[in-house]
Design a protein around this ligand. Structure first.
Ligand SMILES: *[C@@H]1O[C@H](CO)[C@@H](O)[C@H](O)[C@H]1NC(C)=O
Ligand SMILES: *[C@@H]1O[C@H](CO)[C@@H](O)[C@H](O)[C@H]1NC(C)=O
Length: 207
């Protein structure tokens, strides 16, 4: 009887689970649609996104920022981090809401995985915030040290996101619609973060 959860009818669901399943995709990876026309800025984005692990998502999530990015690798990495933080924040808030409102209706193992995930995502948001603060002051003599810090924080954020997904990798939570919804959302956050990290790594000088 999990069918109703997948049909997006609010009457059958708690409100936050309904929002998570039916609306959150609009704010994260699943909601991006690439524009069919390619400007010069779009071509720069396509070329640089080519080196990321999820190039289609990379282009789709960044093409709105083409005017701001121009042909600046730094602006592109900055925009990708912005997108990753925004998506981590909205997913984090949604899953925290789900845990608070519906946690006691989940099996103990699912509820536990959701609670751990709320912590993972809070840590991930913190790390992404730190890296964005540093990204905003990328100049001067210590620029490569700053990039090094940013790489460290963004990979820490990615680790937290992957840890959340792995927390649902357990026979005890198989078949749970909460598992399906939460892991899909967090996977899409992790893909955005992975892309941001690849673009930041592109800023580094070749050793
Ligand atoms: C992306 O990479 C593929 C091969 O890896 C290449 O054929 C394609 O031309 C590249 N696209 C851009 C926009 O650089
Ligand atoms: C990133 O976000 C900050 C704060 O919202 C904004 O000021 C900045 O212009 C954004 N940068 C890019 C490249 O999108």
């Amino acid at each position: 009887m999990e069918e109703p959860l997948m049909t997006c009818r609010p009457t059958k669901l708690s409100l936050s689970l309904f929002l998570l399943l039916c609306f959150l995709p609009l704010f994260s990876g699943a909601g991006f649609h690439p524009s069919p026309v390619a400007s010069a800025g779009d071509r720069f984005i396509q070329e640089k996104c080519n080196t990321t692990e999820f190039p289609h998502l990379c282009v789709a999530s960044l093409s709105t920022f083409a005017p701001a990015i121009g042909d600046s690798m730094t602006m592109m990495a900055h925009a990708a981090l912005n997108v990753s933080l925004k998506s981590a924040r909205s997913t984090s808030a949604m899953i925290a809401g789900l845990s608070a409102s519906s946690g006691d209706r989940m099996s103990p193992r699912v509820a536990g995985a959701v609670r751990d995930c709320v912590e993972n995502l809070a840590d991930s948001v913190d790390s992404l915030r730190l890296s964005l603060m540093e990204m905003g002051s990328l100049q001067g003599r210590s620029i490569w040290m700053k990039i090094d810090d940013i790489q460290t924080w963004v990979s820490a954020a990615l680790t937290e996101e992957n840890t959340c997904v792995e927390g649902f990798d357990d026979d005890g939570v198989d078949g749970s619609p909460v598992k399906a919804a939460v892991s899909a959302q967090v996977l899409s956050v992790a893909q955005l973060t992975s892309n941001a990290l690849a673009l930041i790594n592109d800023l580094s000088p070749v050793p």
